[in-house]
Design a protein around this ligand. Structure first.
Ligand SMILES: [Zn+2]
Length: 153
């Protein structure tokens, strides 16, 4: 049984390793819990903040990790998916066009996806904004959310 695979092992092993490296997530930025944020969609100021810092343009890449999409942003997407514990906070949001949003689905972004997004952002983010993706709800986020939902009542 094992002998049948032996001739292809020199090719299969590097492919398996490569696939594992390419799909590896970015450590230290993802959610610390798999519990879903009760807030599913970006709303109030959070949605506006994500769209505004991207200047209303899609933050997706043109080709894999290269270039920036030219389309207008119409959706605010969770970089680390909501279904996998990514919170609905500005630091986990990205502005996407319809096409990019549909293609991403609920994929957990690999490390190179996050790095490429942050590299693009250095070119267009306002100077006072952090380009880093951070899928954790901070005390500041909790406070901002409480303020926003009070105001909307
Ligand atoms: Zn796009």
């Amino acid at each position: 049984m094992w002998a049948a695979f032996e001739p292809i092992l020199p090719w299969v092993m590097p492919m398996v390793v490569l696939a594992a490296v390419v799909s590896f997530p970015m450590l230290g930025r993802g959610p610390s819990t798999s519990r879903r944020d009760p807030w599913r969609g970006f709303k109030y100021g959070a949605r506006a903040a994500v769209l505004e810092r991207a200047d209303g343009r899609c933050e997706g890449s043109l080709f894999f990790a290269w270039g920036r999409c030219f389309a207008a942003a119409v959706e605010v997407d969770h970089v680390f998916p909501h279904s996998k514990g990514g919170p609905t906070v500005v630091s986990n949001g990205q502005a996407l066009c319809k096409d990019h949003n549909r293609r991403k689905r609920d994929m957990t972004p690999p490390w190179w996806y996050v790095l490429a997004l942050e590299k693009r952002r250095r070119g267009y983010f306002p100077a006072d904004q952090d380009v880093r993706v951070y899928a954790v709800m901070t005390d500041k986020d909790v406070a901002a959310r409480a303020r926003r939902s009070r105001r909307s009542r």
